[in-house]
Design a protein around this ligand. Structure first.
Ligand code: ATP
Ligand code: MG
Length: 510
């Protein structure tokens, strides 16, 4: 028997125009946390989709517990005790937690010893016990639609555990979580390892690898670069191996030169569907040449402020002025025209047309204007040239360039595409909500530099981020939000990370 519970040998997977995995060989030991690291598009999700039965490789062999297997489907993977927690969850909104977990494996009882039925009462009890034993408490009778993202993730994990997975794959599980939730999840993952399970963890966050992983494989453009022992490898070296150059974690920027006022928000109030005020009486201004960041713990109203300015949500009170013009009641299209670029939080839902190609997506907000159309006639050559230029400038990687269907692109490259499109609008106000979520560290550095560059060209920037490091790194002015209210607005130099943290927790007020 070999030392490895999973062995992938010479795995190659091609998609049109690209070799997503190029002769990759890996061995994973039973009971370890094995991390996968690599730039956006390096082939991490593809490799793990092969192991979990979603794709078949074009070449190569897989051995599980020393035995050669051909994993034909996710069900087949489950029979081999392999389960994957995907980055984009695959749950049914209208079903309860229990119904989602047992889907396809319903426990059958017989009424009067004759008539088969699904025994939901028993199932609820089983799920409750399972969830307690792994420290993942949930209320089995709740519907998915009523759960937060982190609770939905718990359900995905329970679903895999219910199928008796021994090898658990997590694809960027922390990208959608708040810092507190991340700590909790990493604790769960360590607990699973300690109970003998084998974990494969894909993440862009090197501190997470350092914290929990035993070994780490680095992929670059489909090829395996190295497998590292995490304890003896520094974060800087990991970063360098991954990006192929030195990465700076701090952005260089010249002092801000504030120009005239671009955005003015006065006494803004926003209500949610239940009529509850999630934004209360918020006022602030942003000048040209200024990066104004809203810091806060998730769900304290920051996204609603951004949505209200961009027109996705209605303001229930207060006013919003752009370059002196009242836009409080303008349509989204009007606001785009008056000068707002918007990078939303949920790129799959609001940012992209997933079934269209990349050049269409990159030009999507300008198609009706010169030079893209003339008297209502679209000029496809202009579109394509524009698309190609942005792909180069923003380093957007995919199989077929401008013709790539966006759905097939890797998560981080989808994000880069939105950023490119919105920055190119050259709007006086640019709103970035979580711009670096799911993006690799090399690309994060580039995005930060681009935001600073836009500031230096006189744009007003609103940045919403849950990452305090990101805010401290790029912001000129910080507004800290707690419970829908701005607790403090001050220049970033006048605040320490600790102080911002205290305002974020509501432990400090003006
Ligand atoms: N179904 C598909 N059809 C065509 N191309 C695909 C498909 N899935 C992935 N690709 C391509 O394969 C390459 C690797 O993608 P993959 O999703 O594995 O990257 P990744 O390392 O997970 O990146 P990220 O960190 O951005 O999630 C990308 O260039 C992507 O465009
Ligand atoms: Mg991926």
């Amino acid at each position: 028997m070999s030392d490895y519970i999973v062995e992938m040998k010479h795995i190659t997977k091609r998609f049109p125009g690209i070799v997503a995995n190029d002769d990759v060989s890996l061995g994973i030991k039973k009971g370890e946390i094995f991390a996968l690291l690599g730039e956006n598009g390096a082939g991490k999700s593809t490799l793990m989709s092969i192991l979990s039965g979603m794709y078949e490789p074009d070449e190569g062999e897989i051995y599980i517990r020393g035995e050669k297997v051909q994993i034909k489907s996710p069900n087949h993977a489950a029979n081999l005790n392999i389960g994957m927690v995907h980055q984009h969850f695959k749950l049914v909104d209208d079903y309860t937690i229990t119904e989602n977990i047992i889907l396809g494996m319903e426990p059958i009882s017989k009424f009067a010893g004759l008539f088969p039925y699904v025994n939901i009462r028993n199932a609820n009890r089983t799920i409750e016990e399972l969830s307690k034993s792994f420290g993942l408490e949930v209320d089995p009778k709740k519907k998915i639609a009523d759960l937060t993202v982190s609770m939905q993730q718990r359900v995905e994990i329970l679903k895999v555990l219910y199928r008796e997975a021994e090898i658990l794959i997590f694809d960027e599980p922390t990208a959608v979580l708040t810092p507190q939730e991340i700590d909790f999840l990493l604790g769960i993952i360590e607990g699973l390892r300690n109970s003998g399970k084998t974990i494969i963890l894909i993440t862009h966050k090197l501190e997470e690898i350092k914290k929990v992983a035993d070994r780490c494989a680095v992929l670059n453009k489909g090829k395996l670069v190295d497998v590292l022992d995490v304890k003896t490898t520094s974060i800087n070296l990991m970063a360098q191996l991954m990006v192929g150059r030195e990465v700076s974690f701090e952005s260089e920027k010249a002092p801000a030169q504030f120009k005239e006022e671009v955005l003015k928000v006065e006494h803004l109030t926003v209500k949610n569907e239940d009529g509850f005020e999630v934004v209360q009486d918020v006022s602030f201004t942003i000048h040209g040449g200024e990066i104004f960041a809203i810091a806060g713990v998730a769900d304290n109203g920051q996204v609603e402020i951004a949505d209200a300015i961009a027109g996705l949500t209605k303001a229930s009170g207060g006013k919003i002025f752009l370059n002196g013009k009242d836009i409080t009641h303008d349509s989204i299209r009007n606001r785009t025209e008056t000068g707002i670029s918007y990078i939303p939080e949920d790129r799959q839902r609001y940012g992209l047309f997933l079934d269209f190609d990349l050049s269409t997506n990159l030009g999507a907000k300008q198609y009706y204007k010169e030079p893209f159309s003339n008297k209502g006639i679209l000029k496809s050559l202009e579109f394509e040239q524009f698309g190609s230029r942005l792909i180069d400038k923003y380093d957007i990687r995919s199989g077929q360039g401008i013709h790539t269907q966006v759905r097939s692109m890797s998560g981080g490259n989808q994000q880069k595409a939105i950023i490119a499109r919105e920055i190119e609008l050259q709007s006086p106000l640019m709103i970035f909500v979580q711009p670096t979520r799911g993006v690799d560290i090399g690309a994060i550095e580039n995005i930060h530099n681009m935001i600073i560059q836009q500031r230096d060209q006189g744009k007003a920037i609103l940045l919403v981020s849950l990452e305090l490091d990101e805010i401290m790194n790029v912001a000129d002015t910080i507004g800290v939000i707690y419970n829908g209210r701005l607790q403090k607005v001050a220049s970033s130099e006048s605040l320490t990370t600790n102080e911002v943290g205290e305002y974020m927790m509501g432990a400090r007020h003006e």
